[in-house]
Design a protein around this ligand. Structure first.
Ligand code: AMP
Ligand code: GLY
Length: 416
């Protein structure tokens, strides 16, 4: 099978790494990709937001499966363009991707499907904002309605800060604060059959101890030793299947990856958000543990045959990923700094630990930073303690001036 992956982040590197290990994959392409993905896939330049360009590239390469990684192309309708060209595509239509593209739309679907989530108001005027903030009280949760790369959400007890964020957005969702640990659960779906993956936990805040601003995600681990073993079944029954059924009922079936961001509250599981694609950095740890070859799973979702898929097989190992981010991330990051130590990790830590590139590029012979989240170091081990040790040992070999990473990824779960 010839596979083309669209995107250029660590998620796409993780997808390409897994696909490169799949014996059914005869050719692997990535567009536009990054310096690390170039080691496992043939790169092609493309504007990932341009459906016509992406489908033309897929046709030219003879791709038999196109995997659209990030949300922006999905919301722009890139999967529709590829599907219209007659090529199976992993990723929802423009309309179905609204589950991620509009928080207000997602709330409407959840209400119709009876899916448990935070109570919320959609506000467009200052008076509505004031009323909603007053109704819920602190801590305030203020969300930009549209896509914001994980940075559109402000959770604060400072009323002035909550109002300022609301004023900076065109349309906001203001909602009840959900207390409790967060879990990311991904499911692969063809619009009807839903196949859950293993749960993971993401670390959204920039600094140790969950301090600092929200980011796209600074690290992740899986499995979750503290979680109820029935969690996946419960989320399947109360969240994933009803949502997929409701999208089909509306005539806009959702196929691809449905990502449920969940809070495990004292009153039960609640959805914090949906995403319409694999999460980053959770994908790095979930795919590190998936033993079933990936291409057939994604193809089954793309062509509506997931009901025929054998049950997924999982490694008993644990996985941990630690993100290394540029100076000043999640503010405007500094880029162009050389990255050292990549060869040392490859020589000394593989195959248990490896680097997945996100914002990297080449400057002559050297790899340099080119974005906010620069790379993520992923490691596996017999348990979280070993996976964590291996990940941080590899992180220590990597040099990037001014870079930052959290030192407490998976620490609590590992009992460290
Ligand atoms: P989102 O982009 O909706 O995932 O929000 C980003 C992060 O903000 C989440 O991972 C949570 O840590 C936090 N958050 C979002 N909504 C809520 C909520 N209702 N209660 C508490 N924290 C929230
Ligand atoms: N890890 C959060 C996200 O992918 O949105």
């Amino acid at each position: 099978m010839k596979v083309l992956v669209i995107g250029s982040g660590a998620r796409e590197h993780a997808l390409c790494r897994s696909l490169s290990l799949d014996p059914d994959v005869t050719a692997l392409y990535c567009a536009p990709g990054n310096a690390g993905i170039a080691e496992v896939a043939e790169l092609h330049p493309v504007d990932a937001l341009d459906g016509t360009a992406v489908s033309a590239l897929a046709v030219r390469l003879g791709a038999e499966l196109v995997v659209v990684g990030p949300e922006a192309p999905l919301v722009a309708g890139v999967a529709d363009a590829v599907r219209e060209a007659g090529i199976p595509v992993f990723g929802p239509s423009r309309e179905a991707a609204q589950l991620e593209g509009s928080k207000a739309f997602a709330k409407d679907v959840m209400a119709a499907a009876g899916v448990p989530t935070a109570r919320s108001y959609v506000c467009t005027t200052e008076a509505e904002v004031d009323e909603a903030l007053d109704a819920f009280g602190p801590p305030y949760v203020v969300k930009d309605d549209g896509l914001a790369a994980g940075k559109g959400v402000v959770v604060t007890s400072d009323l002035a800060a909550a109002k300022a964020h609301a004023a900076a957005c065109e349309r906001v969702v203001i909602e009840e604060f959900l207390d409790g640990p967060e879990v990311s659960l991904f499911a692969v779906t063809d619009g009807e059959t839903v196949v859950p993956l293993q749960p993971a936990q993401d670390f959204k805040r920039a600094l140790d101890g969950d301090e600092g601003p929200n980011t796209g995600g600074m690290g992740a681990y899986s499995p979750l030793p503290w979680a109820d073993p029935k969690l996946v079944d419960e989320v399947m029954e109360t969240v994933l299947q009803p949502t997929v059924d409701e999208m089909r009922r509306r005539g806009t079936p959702f196929s691809g990856l449905l990502y449920a961001g969940l809070a495990i509250t004292g009153r039960g599981v609640r959805v914090i958000e949906f995403n319409a694609r694999f999460g980053d950095p959770e994908t790095q740890v979930v795919l590190a543990r998936l033993k079933t070859p990936l291409a057939g799973v994604l193809l089954g979702a793309a062509n509506g045959t997931l009901a025929d898929l054998e049950p997924l097989r999982w490694s008993g190992d644990a996985a941990v990923t630690v993100v290394i981010a540029s100076h000043n991330y999640p503010g405007t990051p500094r880029t162009g700094d050389p990255i050292t130590g990549l060869d040392e990790v490859a020589a000394q830590d593989a195959p248990h630990a490896y680097v997945l590139h996100a914002g990297t590029g080449r400057n002559g012979g050297s790899v340099v930073s080119a974005g906010g989240r620069v790379l993520s170091v992923t490691a596996t081990g017999a348990g979280l303690v070993e996976a964590r040790d291996r990940a941080y040992r590899a992180v220590a070999r990597i040099g990037l001036d001014g870079s930052q990473h959290r030192t407490d990824i998976a620490a609590k779960a590992a009992g460290a």
